[in-house]
Design a protein around this ligand. Sequence first.
Ligand code: 1CP
Length: 343
Amino acid sequence: MPLKNDLLLRTIAGEKTERTPVWLMRQAGRILPEYRAVRNSLSGFKELVETPELAAEVTIQPVDILGVDAAIIFSDILVIPEAMGLQYEMVEKRGPHFPETIKSAADVKKLKVADASDVQYTIDAIKVTKKELDGRVPLIGFAGAPWTIFAYMVEGGGSKTFSKARAMLYTDPELSHQLLQMITTSTINYLKGQVEAGTDLVQIFDSWAGILSPTQYEKFSLPYIKKICDAITEVPKTVFAKDAYFARAWFGKINCNTVGLDWCMDIAESKALIGDNKTLQGNLDPCVLYGSEASIKEATQSMLNQFGPARHIANLGHGVYPDTDPGKVKFFVDMVKELSVRA
Ligand code: 1CP
């Protein structure tokens, strides 16, 4: 199925396009009343993730309602720990919780390397979504970076410091590497399954990159992201490592196509560090969308000016916050489309 709107893929390939493509991290779920309507009719988040027809429906909602240039499959990064044998619960209004965590070699021994078929519901959701999208926009697949997944498996849920996870890197580096490698192989299997099912590109979210020192990051995160990027040869790869200023120059040299920037990363400095053979994605502060339309327009124009006319995918610098007015999100999407038009 050829894509009717392939702006995103042409931008990733480095082509000069007629305008800048735009989508938002966490656009599926969170903000739309249409999402909440589907979600409230179910037992919870997991039922939605695990029901392919409904996951497809909420994946496509932002394409229809907001006019974004890509869809991102509705799932979660935490499906991988579960596929490896560590169940998670999604606690209403609080976030993920793992009743069992990884504390020892015996715990790691109980895990398995996951296969794409262990996350069959998301693979099926991708197939349904591709069919229903009918080539309107590309579909983005995703997974967590091994370090971020490790952090949840050791910590047992969200945390300000992830001190248990960071401690394990010092108390048992060998076991840490063993678990990171198992997560990496599982993630490669899963992403290959996503690509086979039809995703046009994939994004790796290293949401907790910024809590590691550069030295620890170079040992415990970067090598595994690199392995994933080397293994996925079929589609373009985006790496988004939140708060990892120190990693930008490294990402310029690995086998990824796009590097995501958060809003604290200076655009000119990032361009210089990453180099011209990658596309950059980002990086408006999600809080810009709480401002007036005039201030959203001004911030969007400023961002577009700094990134320039090529090799830029407009996005926020992290996921859109749940209480953002969908009207403001739509206004941002429209502004990118209007202000970036080129002759
Ligand atoms: O009931 C609900 O609606 C729960 C909210 C929710 C949703 C909509 C969670 C819980 N996950 C998701 C979906 C999700 N998660 C997507 C689907 C596509 C989309 O929303 O556009 C994606 C891409 C993710 C990725 C994800 N999950 C990340 C990486 C991106 C990021 O924001 O940094 C992380 C860290 C998670 C874990 C997670 N899942 C959910 C929550 C509340 C959290 C964060 C927990 C924490 O604070 O540590």
